[in-house]
Ligand binder design. Structure first.
Ligand code: PLP
Length: 500
Protein backbone atom coordinates (compact mmCIF):
# COMPACT_ATOMS: atom_id res chain seq x y z
CA UNK A 1 0.00 0.00 0.00
CA UNK A 2 1.27 3.42 -0.81
CA UNK A 3 1.45 6.60 1.20
CA UNK A 4 0.08 8.98 -1.40
CA UNK A 5 -1.71 10.90 1.35
CA UNK A 6 1.60 12.09 2.70
CA UNK A 7 2.40 13.67 -0.60
CA UNK A 8 -1.07 15.21 -0.64
CA UNK A 9 -0.20 17.01 2.57
CA UNK A 10 1.79 19.25 0.28
CA UNK A 11 0.35 18.81 -3.14
CA UNK A 12 -3.31 19.75 -3.00
CA UNK A 13 -4.83 18.04 -5.96
CA UNK A 14 -8.14 19.80 -5.58
CA UNK A 15 -7.81 23.52 -5.70
CA UNK A 16 -10.73 25.35 -4.24
CA UNK A 17 -12.33 27.31 -7.03
CA UNK A 18 -9.42 26.73 -9.38
CA UNK A 19 -11.60 25.34 -12.12
CA UNK A 20 -13.60 28.55 -12.29
CA UNK A 21 -12.47 31.14 -14.77
CA UNK A 22 -12.45 34.71 -13.56
CA UNK A 23 -13.47 37.15 -16.27
CA UNK A 24 -11.78 40.50 -16.51
CA UNK A 25 -14.14 43.32 -15.56
CA UNK A 26 -13.89 46.79 -17.05
CA UNK A 27 -14.93 50.19 -15.65
CA UNK A 28 -18.65 49.64 -16.13
CA UNK A 29 -18.60 46.68 -13.80
CA UNK A 30 -21.44 46.41 -11.37
CA UNK A 31 -19.66 43.81 -9.23
CA UNK A 32 -18.76 44.72 -5.67
CA UNK A 33 -15.43 46.54 -5.49
CA UNK A 34 -13.68 43.78 -3.60
CA UNK A 35 -14.51 41.28 -6.38
CA UNK A 36 -13.23 43.67 -9.03
CA UNK A 37 -9.95 44.04 -7.16
CA UNK A 38 -9.66 40.28 -6.63
CA UNK A 39 -10.31 39.67 -10.32
CA UNK A 40 -7.66 42.17 -11.37
CA UNK A 41 -5.04 40.57 -9.16
CA UNK A 42 -6.09 37.06 -10.23
CA UNK A 43 -5.64 38.06 -13.88
CA UNK A 44 -2.14 39.34 -13.12
CA UNK A 45 -1.27 36.09 -11.39
CA UNK A 46 -2.55 34.02 -14.29
CA UNK A 47 -0.61 36.13 -16.78
CA UNK A 48 2.48 35.68 -14.54
CA UNK A 49 2.82 39.43 -14.12
CA UNK A 50 2.79 38.51 -10.44
CA UNK A 51 5.00 35.46 -10.12
CA UNK A 52 4.77 32.39 -7.91
CA UNK A 53 6.17 33.09 -4.47
CA UNK A 54 6.07 36.87 -4.95
CA UNK A 55 4.81 39.05 -2.12
CA UNK A 56 1.70 41.11 -2.89
CA UNK A 57 1.65 44.79 -1.94
CA UNK A 58 0.52 45.20 1.66
CA UNK A 59 -3.11 45.89 2.49
CA UNK A 60 -2.27 49.54 3.18
CA UNK A 61 -0.29 50.00 -0.04
CA UNK A 62 -3.13 48.46 -2.02
CA UNK A 63 -5.66 50.68 -0.24
CA UNK A 64 -3.71 53.79 -1.24
CA UNK A 65 -3.02 52.62 -4.80
CA UNK A 66 -6.63 51.79 -5.57
CA UNK A 67 -8.36 54.38 -3.39
CA UNK A 68 -10.35 51.68 -1.63
CA UNK A 69 -11.19 51.10 2.01
CA UNK A 70 -9.03 48.77 4.06
CA UNK A 71 -11.91 46.34 4.56
CA UNK A 72 -12.54 46.15 0.78
CA UNK A 73 -8.88 45.24 0.20
CA UNK A 74 -9.04 42.70 3.03
CA UNK A 75 -12.12 41.11 1.49
CA UNK A 76 -10.39 40.95 -1.91
CA UNK A 77 -7.32 39.23 -0.46
CA UNK A 78 -9.53 36.75 1.38
CA UNK A 79 -11.29 35.99 -1.87
CA UNK A 80 -7.92 35.31 -3.54
CA UNK A 81 -7.06 33.01 -0.65
CA UNK A 82 -10.34 31.14 -1.14
CA UNK A 83 -9.50 30.74 -4.80
CA UNK A 84 -6.19 29.20 -3.79
CA UNK A 85 -4.26 31.92 -5.61
CA UNK A 86 -2.52 33.56 -2.67
CA UNK A 87 -1.59 32.59 0.85
CA UNK A 88 -1.18 34.62 4.02
CA UNK A 89 2.08 34.08 5.90
CA UNK A 90 2.14 35.17 9.52
CA UNK A 91 3.77 38.58 9.94
CA UNK A 92 4.93 38.60 6.32
CA UNK A 93 1.88 39.41 4.23
CA UNK A 94 0.21 37.77 1.26
CA UNK A 95 2.16 35.74 -1.31
CA UNK A 96 1.31 34.30 -4.70
CA UNK A 97 1.00 30.58 -4.29
CA UNK A 98 3.27 28.18 -6.10
CA UNK A 99 1.43 26.36 -8.82
CA UNK A 100 2.60 23.47 -10.97
CA UNK A 101 2.13 23.14 -14.71
CA UNK A 102 -0.93 20.97 -14.09
CA UNK A 103 -2.54 23.73 -12.04
CA UNK A 104 -1.97 22.05 -8.68
CA UNK A 105 -1.24 24.34 -5.81
CA UNK A 106 2.03 23.51 -4.09
CA UNK A 107 2.42 24.61 -0.52
CA UNK A 108 6.09 25.04 0.04
CA UNK A 109 7.03 26.01 3.53
CA UNK A 110 9.33 28.98 3.96
CA UNK A 111 13.03 28.22 4.57
CA UNK A 112 13.62 27.09 8.11
CA UNK A 113 16.48 26.45 10.47
CA UNK A 114 16.89 22.89 11.69
CA UNK A 115 15.52 22.37 15.20
CA UNK A 116 16.50 19.21 17.00
CA UNK A 117 14.23 17.89 19.74
CA UNK A 118 16.50 16.95 22.68
CA UNK A 119 14.62 13.67 23.01
CA UNK A 120 15.93 12.73 19.64
CA UNK A 121 19.50 12.72 20.93
CA UNK A 122 18.51 9.48 22.63
CA UNK A 123 18.45 8.02 19.16
CA UNK A 124 22.01 9.10 18.52
CA UNK A 125 23.04 7.96 21.99
CA UNK A 126 21.82 4.47 21.20
CA UNK A 127 24.67 4.19 18.75
CA UNK A 128 27.15 4.48 21.62
CA UNK A 129 29.09 1.43 22.66
CA UNK A 130 27.04 0.25 25.59
CA UNK A 131 23.82 0.43 23.60
CA UNK A 132 24.86 -1.00 20.26
CA UNK A 133 24.08 -4.63 21.03
CA UNK A 134 20.95 -3.95 23.01
CA UNK A 135 19.28 -1.39 20.82
CA UNK A 136 18.88 -3.44 17.71
CA UNK A 137 15.58 -4.25 16.20
CA UNK A 138 14.57 -1.87 13.47
CA UNK A 139 16.86 1.11 13.74
CA UNK A 140 20.11 0.85 11.82
CA UNK A 141 20.37 1.01 8.04
CA UNK A 142 23.55 -0.95 7.44
CA UNK A 143 24.29 -4.56 6.49
CA UNK A 144 24.48 -6.85 9.54
CA UNK A 145 27.89 -8.12 10.70
CA UNK A 146 27.24 -11.69 9.63
CA UNK A 147 26.74 -10.65 6.01
CA UNK A 148 29.88 -8.54 5.71
CA UNK A 149 33.11 -9.94 4.18
CA UNK A 150 35.04 -9.25 7.38
CA UNK A 151 37.32 -12.34 7.33
CA UNK A 152 38.38 -11.61 3.77
CA UNK A 153 39.11 -7.97 4.64
CA UNK A 154 41.11 -9.07 7.65
CA UNK A 155 43.42 -11.18 5.45
CA UNK A 156 43.70 -8.39 2.92
CA UNK A 157 44.60 -5.87 5.63
CA UNK A 158 47.53 -8.01 6.80
CA UNK A 159 48.64 -8.55 3.25
CA UNK A 160 48.50 -4.82 2.45
CA UNK A 161 50.52 -3.96 5.54
CA UNK A 162 53.13 -6.56 4.65
CA UNK A 163 53.45 -5.42 1.06
CA UNK A 164 53.13 -1.68 1.60
CA UNK A 165 54.47 -0.68 5.03
CA UNK A 166 54.78 2.86 3.63
CA UNK A 167 50.99 3.15 3.81
CA UNK A 168 51.36 3.61 7.56
CA UNK A 169 54.15 6.13 7.40
CA UNK A 170 52.67 8.51 4.88
CA UNK A 171 49.89 11.10 5.12
CA UNK A 172 48.53 10.18 1.71
CA UNK A 173 47.12 12.51 -0.94
CA UNK A 174 44.14 14.72 0.00
CA UNK A 175 42.21 13.41 -2.99
CA UNK A 176 42.86 9.77 -2.13
CA UNK A 177 44.68 6.59 -3.15
CA UNK A 178 44.76 6.19 -6.92
CA UNK A 179 44.39 2.37 -7.00
CA UNK A 180 41.21 2.66 -4.97
CA UNK A 181 39.83 5.44 -7.14
CA UNK A 182 40.44 3.32 -10.26
CA UNK A 183 38.33 0.57 -8.71
CA UNK A 184 35.53 3.01 -7.93
CA UNK A 185 35.57 4.24 -11.53
CA UNK A 186 35.25 0.58 -12.67
CA UNK A 187 32.35 0.02 -10.29
CA UNK A 188 30.53 3.03 -11.74
CA UNK A 189 30.65 1.46 -15.20
CA UNK A 190 27.82 -0.80 -14.04
CA UNK A 191 25.40 2.12 -14.16
CA UNK A 192 27.00 3.65 -17.23
CA UNK A 193 29.01 6.05 -15.11
CA UNK A 194 32.03 7.87 -16.45
CA UNK A 195 33.82 8.57 -13.18
CA UNK A 196 37.47 9.42 -13.70
CA UNK A 197 39.96 8.40 -11.02
CA UNK A 198 41.66 11.81 -11.10
CA UNK A 199 38.34 13.54 -10.63
CA UNK A 200 37.32 11.57 -7.51
CA UNK A 201 38.05 12.63 -3.92
CA UNK A 202 38.02 9.93 -1.28
CA UNK A 203 36.19 10.78 1.95
CA UNK A 204 35.35 9.34 5.34
CA UNK A 205 32.00 7.94 4.29
CA UNK A 206 29.20 9.60 2.36
CA UNK A 207 28.59 11.90 5.27
CA UNK A 208 31.97 13.59 4.82
CA UNK A 209 31.34 13.80 1.07
CA UNK A 210 28.06 15.65 1.74
CA UNK A 211 29.81 17.90 4.24
CA UNK A 212 32.55 18.85 1.80
CA UNK A 213 30.06 19.53 -0.97
CA UNK A 214 27.99 21.78 1.28
CA UNK A 215 31.02 23.67 2.56
CA UNK A 216 32.24 24.18 -0.98
CA UNK A 217 28.90 25.52 -2.22
CA UNK A 218 27.36 27.46 0.65
CA UNK A 219 27.85 30.05 3.39
CA UNK A 220 26.10 30.07 6.78
CA UNK A 221 22.55 31.40 6.38
CA UNK A 222 22.17 30.10 2.80
CA UNK A 223 19.18 28.00 1.80
CA UNK A 224 19.42 24.41 0.61
CA UNK A 225 16.52 22.33 -0.76
CA UNK A 226 16.03 18.85 0.67
CA UNK A 227 13.53 16.03 0.38
CA UNK A 228 10.80 15.89 2.98
CA UNK A 229 11.20 13.77 5.04
CA UNK A 230 15.02 13.81 4.91
CA UNK A 231 17.87 11.73 6.37
CA UNK A 232 18.48 13.00 9.91
CA UNK A 233 22.29 13.13 9.81
CA UNK A 234 21.99 15.35 6.77
CA UNK A 235 19.70 17.66 8.76
CA UNK A 236 22.21 17.72 11.63
CA UNK A 237 24.96 18.57 9.14
CA UNK A 238 22.89 21.43 7.72
CA UNK A 239 22.33 22.68 11.23
CA UNK A 240 26.02 22.47 12.07
CA UNK A 241 26.86 24.50 8.96
CA UNK A 242 24.27 27.17 9.85
CA UNK A 243 22.23 26.48 6.71
CA UNK A 244 18.49 26.89 6.32
CA UNK A 245 16.38 24.35 4.48
CA UNK A 246 13.43 24.36 2.15
CA UNK A 247 11.59 21.08 2.35
CA UNK A 248 10.37 19.76 -0.98
CA UNK A 249 7.35 17.42 -1.00
CA UNK A 250 8.50 13.88 -1.65
CA UNK A 251 6.41 10.96 -2.79
CA UNK A 252 7.03 7.76 -0.83
CA UNK A 253 7.18 5.76 -4.05
CA UNK A 254 8.65 8.00 -6.74
CA UNK A 255 10.68 10.44 -4.67
CA UNK A 256 10.87 14.20 -4.83
CA UNK A 257 8.13 16.16 -6.60
CA UNK A 258 9.86 17.52 -9.68
CA UNK A 259 7.06 20.09 -10.06
CA UNK A 260 7.63 21.38 -6.55
CA UNK A 261 11.39 21.46 -7.02
CA UNK A 262 10.92 23.31 -10.28
CA UNK A 263 8.80 25.94 -8.57
CA UNK A 264 10.97 26.23 -5.50
CA UNK A 265 14.13 26.75 -7.50
CA UNK A 266 12.40 29.30 -9.74
CA UNK A 267 12.08 31.97 -7.09
CA UNK A 268 13.87 31.09 -3.90
CA UNK A 269 17.55 31.82 -3.47
CA UNK A 270 18.45 28.15 -3.25
CA UNK A 271 22.20 27.55 -3.31
CA UNK A 272 22.11 23.76 -3.66
CA UNK A 273 19.73 20.81 -3.79
CA UNK A 274 20.46 17.53 -2.00
CA UNK A 275 18.73 14.33 -3.11
CA UNK A 276 18.83 10.61 -2.36
CA UNK A 277 17.18 9.39 -5.58
CA UNK A 278 17.78 5.64 -5.06
CA UNK A 279 16.00 4.04 -2.07
CA UNK A 280 15.91 7.18 -0.02
CA UNK A 281 16.13 7.36 3.73
CA UNK A 282 13.57 7.28 5.39
CA UNK A 283 10.97 6.63 2.65
CA UNK A 284 12.74 4.02 0.54
CA UNK A 285 11.54 5.91 -2.56
CA UNK A 286 13.05 5.42 -6.01
CA UNK A 287 12.93 8.22 -8.58
CA UNK A 288 12.05 7.11 -12.12
CA UNK A 289 14.75 7.75 -14.75
CA UNK A 290 12.61 10.36 -16.49
CA UNK A 291 12.37 12.38 -13.28
CA UNK A 292 16.12 12.04 -12.68
CA UNK A 293 16.87 13.36 -16.13
CA UNK A 294 14.42 16.22 -15.77
CA UNK A 295 15.92 17.27 -12.44
CA UNK A 296 19.48 17.06 -13.84
CA UNK A 297 18.58 19.24 -16.83
CA UNK A 298 16.47 21.74 -14.89
CA UNK A 299 19.07 22.38 -12.19
CA UNK A 300 21.88 22.60 -14.73
CA UNK A 301 19.90 25.17 -16.70
CA UNK A 302 19.37 27.21 -13.52
CA UNK A 303 22.97 26.86 -12.39
CA UNK A 304 21.92 25.31 -9.07
CA UNK A 305 24.30 22.49 -8.09
CA UNK A 306 22.82 19.12 -7.16
CA UNK A 307 24.45 17.10 -4.39
CA UNK A 308 23.48 13.49 -5.00
CA UNK A 309 23.68 10.92 -2.20
CA UNK A 310 23.71 7.45 -3.78
CA UNK A 311 24.66 5.48 -0.68
CA UNK A 312 21.93 2.86 -1.26
CA UNK A 313 22.15 2.58 -5.07
CA UNK A 314 23.71 -0.91 -4.91
CA UNK A 315 20.91 -2.31 -2.74
CA UNK A 316 18.35 -2.97 -5.49
CA UNK A 317 16.11 -6.02 -5.14
CA UNK A 318 15.32 -6.24 -8.84
CA UNK A 319 17.54 -7.11 -11.78
CA UNK A 320 19.19 -3.84 -12.50
CA UNK A 321 21.02 -1.23 -10.54
CA UNK A 322 19.07 2.01 -10.73
CA UNK A 323 20.97 4.84 -12.37
CA UNK A 324 21.94 7.81 -10.28
CA UNK A 325 21.15 11.34 -11.46
CA UNK A 326 24.87 11.63 -12.20
CA UNK A 327 24.25 9.37 -15.21
CA UNK A 328 22.20 12.23 -16.72
CA UNK A 329 24.66 14.99 -15.84
CA UNK A 330 25.97 16.61 -18.99
CA UNK A 331 27.59 19.67 -17.47
CA UNK A 332 29.33 18.61 -14.26
CA UNK A 333 26.54 20.17 -12.17
CA UNK A 334 26.04 17.02 -10.05
CA UNK A 335 28.28 16.34 -7.05
CA UNK A 336 27.99 12.58 -6.72
CA UNK A 337 28.54 11.04 -3.25
CA UNK A 338 28.60 7.37 -2.23
CA UNK A 339 30.51 4.91 -0.05
CA UNK A 340 31.36 1.32 0.81
CA UNK A 341 30.21 1.71 4.40
CA UNK A 342 26.77 0.16 4.03
CA UNK A 343 27.76 -2.88 2.01
CA UNK A 344 31.39 -3.81 2.69
CA UNK A 345 33.01 -2.29 5.76
CA UNK A 346 31.18 0.26 7.94
CA UNK A 347 34.25 0.51 10.19
CA UNK A 348 36.66 1.52 7.43
CA UNK A 349 34.50 4.61 6.75
CA UNK A 350 35.44 4.97 3.11
CA UNK A 351 33.36 7.01 0.69
CA UNK A 352 33.96 9.32 -2.26
CA UNK A 353 32.72 12.29 -4.17
CA UNK A 354 32.85 13.13 -7.85
CA UNK A 355 32.41 16.89 -7.45
CA UNK A 356 31.82 17.59 -11.15
CA UNK A 357 32.84 21.11 -12.04
CA UNK A 358 33.24 22.05 -8.37
CA UNK A 359 36.29 19.85 -7.91
CA UNK A 360 38.81 22.49 -6.89
CA UNK A 361 36.49 23.96 -4.22
CA UNK A 362 35.76 20.50 -2.80
CA UNK A 363 39.42 19.50 -2.76
CA UNK A 364 40.30 22.63 -0.79
CA UNK A 365 37.58 21.76 1.73
CA UNK A 366 38.93 18.21 2.04
CA UNK A 367 42.40 19.52 2.71
CA UNK A 368 41.12 22.03 5.27
CA UNK A 369 38.91 19.61 7.16
CA UNK A 370 40.72 16.27 7.43
CA UNK A 371 43.66 16.62 4.99
CA UNK A 372 43.30 13.05 3.69
CA UNK A 373 41.51 9.75 4.27
CA UNK A 374 43.45 6.83 5.84
CA UNK A 375 45.28 5.21 2.94
CA UNK A 376 45.46 1.75 4.44
CA UNK A 377 41.66 1.53 4.49
CA UNK A 378 41.52 2.54 0.83
CA UNK A 379 44.24 0.05 -0.10
CA UNK A 380 42.36 -2.80 1.58
CA UNK A 381 39.15 -1.93 -0.23
CA UNK A 382 41.05 -1.56 -3.52
CA UNK A 383 42.32 -5.13 -3.01
CA UNK A 384 38.83 -6.34 -2.25
CA UNK A 385 37.34 -4.74 -5.35
CA UNK A 386 40.23 -5.86 -7.53
CA UNK A 387 39.81 -9.47 -6.39
CA UNK A 388 36.38 -9.68 -8.04
CA UNK A 389 34.73 -10.57 -4.74
CA UNK A 390 32.44 -7.55 -4.68
CA UNK A 391 29.78 -8.61 -7.24
CA UNK A 392 29.46 -12.06 -5.57
CA UNK A 393 29.24 -10.50 -2.14
CA UNK A 394 26.62 -8.01 -3.29
CA UNK A 395 24.45 -10.66 -4.97
CA UNK A 396 24.32 -12.53 -1.67
CA UNK A 397 23.77 -9.41 0.38
CA UNK A 398 21.00 -8.10 -1.87
CA UNK A 399 19.18 -11.43 -1.73
CA UNK A 400 19.42 -11.45 2.07
CA UNK A 401 18.23 -7.86 2.49
CA UNK A 402 15.34 -8.38 0.05
CA UNK A 403 14.19 -11.42 2.01
CA UNK A 404 14.58 -9.58 5.34
CA UNK A 405 12.46 -6.76 3.91
CA UNK A 406 9.82 -9.31 2.89
CA UNK A 407 9.87 -10.75 6.43
CA UNK A 408 9.28 -7.29 7.84
CA UNK A 409 6.46 -6.55 5.39
CA UNK A 410 4.76 -9.87 6.17
CA UNK A 411 5.11 -9.18 9.88
CA UNK A 412 3.59 -5.72 9.55
CA UNK A 413 0.60 -7.18 7.72
CA UNK A 414 0.11 -9.71 10.52
CA UNK A 415 0.89 -7.79 13.70
CA UNK A 416 -0.01 -4.17 13.01
CA UNK A 417 -3.46 -2.57 12.79
CA UNK A 418 -4.94 -2.63 9.31
CA UNK A 419 -5.11 1.17 8.96
CA UNK A 420 -1.34 1.64 9.23
CA UNK A 421 0.11 2.53 5.83
CA UNK A 422 3.63 1.66 4.83
CA UNK A 423 5.91 1.80 1.82
CA UNK A 424 7.11 -1.27 -0.08
CA UNK A 425 10.58 -0.24 -1.20
CA UNK A 426 12.27 -1.83 -4.21
CA UNK A 427 15.64 -1.66 -2.53
CA UNK A 428 17.56 -0.42 0.49
CA UNK A 429 16.99 -1.10 4.16
CA UNK A 430 14.15 1.10 5.30
CA UNK A 431 10.43 1.54 5.04
CA UNK A 432 8.17 4.29 6.32
CA UNK A 433 4.99 3.82 8.29
CA UNK A 434 2.20 6.32 8.58
CA UNK A 435 -0.22 6.01 11.47
CA UNK A 436 -3.37 8.08 11.96
CA UNK A 437 -2.59 11.77 12.61
CA UNK A 438 -3.08 11.58 16.38
CA UNK A 439 -0.52 8.78 16.79
CA UNK A 440 2.66 9.74 18.66
CA UNK A 441 5.79 8.06 17.35
CA UNK A 442 7.91 9.62 20.12
CA UNK A 443 5.86 7.76 22.73
CA UNK A 444 6.29 4.55 20.77
CA UNK A 445 10.03 5.25 20.52
CA UNK A 446 10.31 5.81 24.29
CA UNK A 447 8.37 2.67 25.15
CA UNK A 448 10.18 0.48 22.63
CA UNK A 449 13.55 1.83 23.74
CA UNK A 450 12.87 0.80 27.33
CA UNK A 451 12.43 -2.73 26.05
CA UNK A 452 15.59 -2.59 23.94
CA UNK A 453 13.76 -2.31 20.61
CA UNK A 454 15.18 0.29 18.26
CA UNK A 455 13.22 2.28 15.67
CA UNK A 456 13.38 5.78 14.21
CA UNK A 457 10.52 8.17 15.07
CA UNK A 458 9.24 10.44 12.27
CA UNK A 459 10.29 13.84 13.72
CA UNK A 460 13.96 12.82 13.36
CA UNK A 461 13.52 13.35 9.64
CA UNK A 462 12.09 16.84 9.71
CA UNK A 463 13.76 20.17 10.50
CA UNK A 464 10.55 21.28 12.24
CA UNK A 465 9.79 18.07 14.11
CA UNK A 466 6.95 17.11 11.72
CA UNK A 467 5.93 13.53 10.93
CA UNK A 468 5.14 12.79 14.54
CA UNK A 469 2.66 10.16 13.39
CA UNK A 470 5.25 8.37 11.26
CA UNK A 471 7.99 5.85 11.97
CA UNK A 472 10.92 4.47 9.99
CA UNK A 473 11.69 0.78 10.37
CA UNK A 474 14.81 -0.91 9.06
CA UNK A 475 15.06 -4.50 7.85
CA UNK A 476 18.84 -4.65 8.30
CA UNK A 477 18.66 -7.08 11.21
CA UNK A 478 18.36 -10.71 9.97
CA UNK A 479 14.82 -12.03 10.27
CA UNK A 480 14.63 -14.44 13.22
CA UNK A 481 12.34 -15.55 16.03
CA UNK A 482 13.78 -12.74 18.21
CA UNK A 483 13.19 -10.16 15.52
CA UNK A 484 9.67 -11.46 15.00
CA UNK A 485 8.99 -11.21 18.74
CA UNK A 486 10.19 -7.57 18.66
CA UNK A 487 7.76 -6.79 15.85
CA UNK A 488 4.90 -8.51 17.68
CA UNK A 489 5.71 -6.37 20.73
CA UNK A 490 5.81 -3.19 18.63
CA UNK A 491 2.40 -4.10 17.23
CA UNK A 492 1.10 -4.47 20.80
CA UNK A 493 2.49 -1.08 21.80
CA UNK A 494 0.86 0.49 18.75
CA UNK A 495 -2.50 -1.07 19.62
CA UNK A 496 -2.15 0.07 23.24
CA UNK A 497 -1.72 3.63 22.02
CA UNK A 498 -4.74 3.26 19.72
CA UNK A 499 -6.83 2.06 22.69
CA UNK A 500 -5.58 4.62 25.20
C1 PLP B 1 20.88 8.75 3.04
C2 PLP B 1 22.16 8.49 3.76
N1 PLP B 1 23.26 9.16 3.40
C3 PLP B 1 24.43 8.98 4.04
C4 PLP B 1 24.55 8.09 5.08
C5 PLP B 1 25.87 7.94 5.76
O1 PLP B 1 26.65 7.14 4.96
P1 PLP B 1 28.18 6.82 5.32
O2 PLP B 1 28.18 5.75 6.33
O3 PLP B 1 28.75 6.39 4.01
O4 PLP B 1 28.80 8.09 5.83
C6 PLP B 1 23.42 7.36 5.49
C7 PLP B 1 23.51 6.43 6.63
O5 PLP B 1 22.54 6.04 7.21
C8 PLP B 1 22.20 7.58 4.81
O6 PLP B 1 21.10 6.93 5.17
Amino acid sequence: MVLRQLYCLFLCTTVRGAARTIPYHGGMDTQPLYLQLADDIAAQIRARVLRAGERLPSLREMKLRRGLSLSTVQQAFRRLEDLGLVEARPQSGYFVRLRSESGHVLRLAAPTEVAVDPLLWSYVEDQSEQHTERMQGFRSAVAPHALLPTAQLQRMTLDCMRRHPDLLSDYGRPSGYLDFKRQIARLAMEWGGQLHPEQLIVTQGTIEALNLALRALTQPGDVVAVESPAYFSLLFTLKALGLRVVEIPTDPVSGISVDALELATRDAAIKAVILVPNFSNPLGALMPDAAKEKVADMLAARGIPLIEDDVYGEFYYGRQRPRPIKAFDRSGNVLYCASLTKDVAPGLRIGWIDPGRYRSQVEVQKYLSTHSTPTLNQAVLARFLESGAYPRHMRRLRRAIASQMQGLLDGLARYFPADVRYTRPQGGFVLWLEFPQEFDSLTLHRQARQEGIGLAPGPLFSPRGDYRHCVRLSCAEPWSAVQQARLVRLGQLVRQQYAG
